[in-house]
Design a protein around this ligand. Structure first.
Ligand SMILES: *[C@@H]1O[C@H](CO)[C@@H](O)[C@H](O)[C@H]1NC(C)=O
Ligand SMILES: *[C@@H]1O[C@H](CO)[C@@H](O)[C@H](O)[C@H]1NC(C)=O
Ligand SMILES: *[C@@H]1O[C@H](CO)[C@@H](O)[C@H](O)[C@H]1NC(C)=O
Ligand SMILES: *[C@@H]1O[C@H](CO)[C@@H](O)[C@H](O)[C@H]1NC(C)=O
Ligand SMILES: *[C@@H]1O[C@H](CO)[C@@H](O)[C@H](O)[C@H]1NC(C)=O
Ligand SMILES: *[C@@H]1O[C@H](CO)[C@@H](O)[C@H](O)[C@H]1NC(C)=O
Ligand SMILES: *[C@@H]1O[C@H](CO)[C@@H](O)[C@H](O)[C@H]1NC(C)=O
Ligand SMILES: *[C@@H]1O[C@H](CO)[C@@H](O)[C@H](O)[C@H]1NC(C)=O
Ligand SMILES: *[C@@H]1O[C@H](CO)[C@@H](O)[C@H](O)[C@H]1NC(C)=O
Ligand SMILES: *[C@@H]1O[C@H](CO)[C@@H](O)[C@H](O)[C@H]1NC(C)=O
Ligand SMILES: *[C@@H]1O[C@H](CO)[C@@H](O)[C@H](O)[C@H]1NC(C)=O
Ligand SMILES: *[C@@H]1O[C@H](CO)[C@@H](O)[C@H](O)[C@H]1NC(C)=O
Length: 574
């Protein structure tokens, strides 16, 4: 080889290295946007700083909020399974049979295999599809699990919760018995080796590794469904590493201080994921969604200590505290950023919204299938509406009606139309129909420090976002925060007994549901009743199966397993 050619090759190599080392995050990509969908479990309205909470800092989540779009009127389902079914299908749970309760590990049931789900849509658009964390949409047969439904890999669990250290799920399911078993899998294989490692760290490390491994020539869909801040098993419901707990000793309620530790780790995870996207030069071409699956489990509900203050109710009620979810959408591809969007958005809207963004030609140069259509599953088209255009340009919303749920088994239903909300029936005999704190504001106790926007700017996520060129401005951040905070207004208190007669609220002026206007506006009440009855006519029967005794983890080396994959004989019962 001539020395000249040799030198030339070296020069090219050096130039290439220099080029890749200095290439800026803002450099254009040739793929559809990466979609990182982060689900927090049972996180309350008042469990993020950007909704006005001072007590527990969430600087990384707040950094995304102030540089993205805060969804102030985001409505989700009242429980985990229904909410995740809507994310995956773009349909309301009443149209997939997922409207009643959650799926328990012992049930011979799952999200209908006739449903086409989000990773399958995105796969058709060339996406790599990965899930990390919680599934909760059925596993009695292997066909119901994520890697058979469009996800390429799954490190995570199939039931609704797990112990944060031993990764077992205990469910009180069968004739009053507690069934207990490992619920941690690498794809289909039990992952006993992760014993002792904190769940949030397991998910975070996996997500970061997926991002680092990913070739940014292809679009990535990463669905990251956290364990936090759901409670673990009854024997130790609230768990966080001791070194974190020591930072929250000043919180008077021991339960809330442990909740703070769980939330701290969740927020830290968001920072690490954003940093990984930045390091791999994917951030500038990413869409990040951060949502809670349902309202918070407050004041001892599910042995947990979330807060929905000042909203009424908790998880598994149809009050605002049960269904008005924490949510933000972040992306440099949004035309308007740093806003509080007050358009109605429903959990079923994510599917068409994200598919629409994935297909948006202005973001990419690759070939995509423009003809992709939404599949009709269990008798109906998707319910979700494409909100990309609305949210990306902050245009007036197109959605006017939100069905919260119709569950005839529990005799509850609620519907919002315009500013009016109809509430019928109640769960738990009304025990959780109140307002549960803490309000978590500086001044409400002796230990809560004032909100510190510098923490947000200097958070891991905050620094990555600034490296992309976004500039935080403290007065604007504080104004966004104020705009995103719910204040109750001065509505009079008029009692509501929804188990006796339907209640009516003016949600825009009375978001805290104090003033029942059913007697004052009978015509509006009957209009909403009529709208509800119409929607009810389209509902399908809930898929709700009794506990199958063969599902007992003791039949499977103490792991929750695909018990429906084979036939069982009576004598095999444990
Ligand atoms: C990342 O890539 C390495 C090397 O190919 C592989 O061993 C590892 O399993 C990958 N990690 C994930 C989370 O996919
Ligand atoms: C695609 O994105 C661009 C830029 O945000 C926007 O102007 C356009 O309306 C979008 N198109 C669709 C079909 O959503
Ligand atoms: C979409 O459908 C039209 C009309 O049927 C067809 O001409 C076109 O090739 C299709 N595009 C793709 C990408 O398949
Ligand atoms: C699943 O969907 C199919 C097709 O729509 C329907 O025939 C079937 O009854 C559904 N199964 C259940 C358990 O609802
Ligand atoms: C889906 O079903 C509805 C009626 O159930 C029908 O109006 C619609 O055209 C169908 N859509 C597709 C894409 O097949
Ligand atoms: C429900 O509460 C009422 C009083 O508020 C009580 O009389 C009734 O026994 C309770 N029912 C159940 C099933 O707990
Ligand atoms: C602060 O502490 C003092 C003394 O312990 C107590 O009297 C007061 O009620 C506390 N204030 C609040 C807002 O908790
Ligand atoms: C910002 O964060 C870094 C790393 O966490 C820390 O070392 C530094 O002291 C912080 N700076 C300020 C001004 O808080
Ligand atoms: C990347 O772009 C940002 C904003 O335009 C700039 O501040 C930064 O210095 C650039 N980084 C590199 C490595 O060129
Ligand atoms: C906050 O809300 C007010 C009133 O709607 C509005 O004028 C202002 O622009 C908002 N602030 C920000 C930073 O969006
Ligand atoms: C919905 O329809 C079913 C069947 O017709 C009926 O039994 C139920 O009471 C209705 N529920 C509501 C909330 O209207
Ligand atoms: C239980 O574990 C043993 C030993 O690893 C294995 O041979 C057996 O197949 C397992 N049984 C089930 C039902 O998974």
């Amino acid at each position: 080889m001539s020395s000249l050619l040799f030198t030339f090759i070296w020069l090219v190599c050096i130039l290439l290295v220099i080029n890749s080392a200095t290439s800026n995050e803002t450099s254009a990509e040739s793929t559809s946007p990466h979609i990182i969908f982060i689900v927090a479990d049972d996180l309350g309205w008042n469990d993020v700083g950007f909704h006005g909470l001072d007590q527990i800092p969430t600087p990384n989540i707040d950094a995304l909020a102030y540089s993205g779009t805060i969804l102030k009127n985001y409505y989700t389902a009242q429980l985990c399974t229904p909410s995740r079914s809507a994310i995956m299908t773009g349909k309301h749970p009443i149209h997939t049979g997922m409207q009643h309760n959650v799926l328990y590990g012992c049930e011979r049931a799952g999200l209908n295999l006739s449903e086409k789900i989000l990773p399958q849509y995105l796969k058709e658009l060339g996406y790599r599809t990965r899930i990390v964390g919680k599934w909760h949409l059925g596993f009695f047969k292997k066909e119901y699990t994520p890697t058979y439904r469009g996800f390429e890999s799954h490190l995570g669990y199939w039931t609704g919760h797990q112990d944060y250290f031993d990764h077992s799920a205990e469910e009180r399911v069968y004739k009053g018995q507690n069934w207990w078993g490992l619920d941690m899998r690498r794809d289909m294989e039990p992952a006993w080796d992760l014993h002792g490692k904190y769940s949030t760290d397991v998910w975070t490390e996996e997500a970061v590794e997926i991002i680092h491994n990913h070739s940014r020539k292809e679009p990535l869909f990463l669905y990251l469904a956290h364990t936090a801040t759901h409670s673990a098993n009854n024997y130790e419901p609230l768990q966080a590493p001791d070194y974190i707990l020591s930072q929250y000793r000043q919180i008077e309620s021991y339960q809330r201080s442990k909740f703070a530790g769980m939330l701290h780790k969740l927020d830290e995870s968001v920072g690490k994921v954003v940093a990984a996207l930045y390091e791999t030069q994917m951030l500038s071409n990413s869409i990040i969604v951060f949502v809670s699956d349902n309202g918070g489990a407050a004041a001892g509900f599910n042995l947990n200590a979330a807060s929905n203050w000042p909203l009424r109710g908790v998880k598994n009620t149809l009050w605002e505290g049960g269904v008005r979810g924490t949510a933000l959408l972040w992306s440099p591809l949004l035309e308007t950023r740093g806003i509080v969007a007050d358009q109605y958005v429903h959990v079923s809207d994510w599917l068409p919204t994200l598919v629409s963004a994935a297909k948006n030609k202005t973001f990419l140069s690759s070939n995509i299938d423009e003809n992709l259509t939404y599949q009709n599953g269990t008798g109906s088209e998707i319910d979700g509406q494409d909100a990309w255009e609305v949210l990306s340009k902050n245009k007036p919303g197109t959605r006017d009606t939100i069905l919260h749920n119709i569950d005839d088994a529990w005799q509850i239903a609620a519907l919002t139309k315009g500013k009016w909300k109809l509430v019928k029936g109640r769960t738990y005999n009304g025990t959780w129909d109140f307002w549960f704190g803490p309000c978590g504001k500086h001044g409400s106790d002796n230990n809560t420090k004032p909100y510190n926007p510098h923490l947000v700017i200097n958070s891991t996520a905050g620094r990555a976002i600034q490296n992309l060129g976004f500039q935080f401005d403290i007065p604007t951040m504080l104004e966004l925060r104020e705009n995103a905070t719910v204040t109750c207004g001065d509505a009079a208190e008029v009692s509501c007994q929804p188990q006796i007669s339907p209640c009516l609220f003016d949600i825009s002026n009375d978001p805290c549901e104090k003033n029942n206007l059913a007697d004052r506006f009978p015509e509006i009440l009957s209009q909403l009743e009529k709208a509800l009855a119409e929607i009810n006519g389209t509902a399908v029967q809930p898929i709700d199966k009794p506990c199958d005794p063969f599902s007992n983890p003791d039949n499977f080396n103490h792991t929750w397993s695909n018990f429906g994959d084979r036939e069982w004989n009576e004598w095999e019962l444990p």
